[in-house]
Design a binder for this molecule. Structure first.
Ligand code: 6GU
Length: 245
């Protein structure tokens, strides 16, 4: 999968993603990353890409033309219009289901804003999806773009070592992950739950499922409404909610 990021801070994107799992996938050619500096498309000798907002008010607005020219360079290279995400706190809140959907694209453009935003007219012209990563305000769209790319990338075939691990994780069935343990068997007086040492696979699976239901009830009760639970499991989480522990 190919990511094109239109940004004023391409080095931030490169540094963030050419590391760790995404870094390895980029090296292996499973992913490709094209961080495009919008400033390279400024039409003045000072490489200025922002100006005062019409109507007054604080801050500066990123101008339409350099953003449009940057997008056009990418779309021309692709030979077709590309799905284009604008990262903005005003967008739809990003979630696992959106990650799954974007992971189906062959190429994706992510547009990062700064200052007080981007001239609305170029957004109308090129943006297909407006996406936020949560209800708080960041200084720019670069971190949100990296968050999206990370979440999408791990769903692309071959990015993770383990083919099954991408699926069986939190949110897949609207349940949180069960707790994990590794050596030593006792750490600072805390023992690993004995079922995990029993070698009884079915009991381990049963315990893990219960733990998932219980911690979802405790920490993310809002998710349980969407979870597919057996009657027995519903009793389990009702107990948890009523006890309030
Ligand atoms: Cl996508 N951009 C900015 N600037 N702030 C955010 C955000 C995006 N999502 C949450 N906060």
């Amino acid at each position: 999968m190919k990511f094109h990021v239109l940004t004023l801070f391409p080095e931030m994107i490169e540094n963030g993603l050419r590391t760790s799992i995404t870094g390895r996938a980029l090296e292996r050619g499973i992913l490709s990353l094209d961080a495009v500096n919008i400033r390279d498309f400024a039409d003045n000798k000072h490489s200025k890409v922002d100006d005062y907002p019409y109507g007054g008010g604080a801050g500066m607005v990123m101008q339409a033309e350099p953003v449009y020219a940057a997008y056009r360079s990418v779309a021309e290279q692709a030979g077709r219009p590309l799905r284009t995400v604008y990262l903005t706190p005003q967008g739809r809140t990003f979630c696992q289901q959106m990650a799954r959907e974007f992971a189906q694209e062959e190429e994706l453009v992510l547009l990062c804003g700064h200052y007080e935003g981007i001239d609305e007219r170029v957004l109308e012209e090129i943006v297909t999806d407006f996406v936020s990563i949560g209800d708080y305000v960041l200084t720019g769209g670069e971190l949100p773009a990296m968050v999206m790319i990370d979440a999408i990338s791990r769903l692309v075939d071959g990015v993770l070592n383990n083919e099954t691990s991408a699926e069986s994780e939190s949110f897949q069935d609207s349940l949180l992950e069960y707790p994990q343990y590794s050596r030593p068997e006792v750490w600072r007086g805390r023992a690993v739950p004995s079922v995990l040492l029993s070698g009884h696979h079915a009991n381990v699976e049963k315990w893990r499922r219960e733990q998932s239901v219980l911690r979802t009830a405790k920490w993310r009760p809002d998710l349980l409404a969407k979870a597919d639970l057996t009657e027995k499991e519903k009793e389990l989480w009702k107990g948890e909610v009523q006890d309030g522990n």
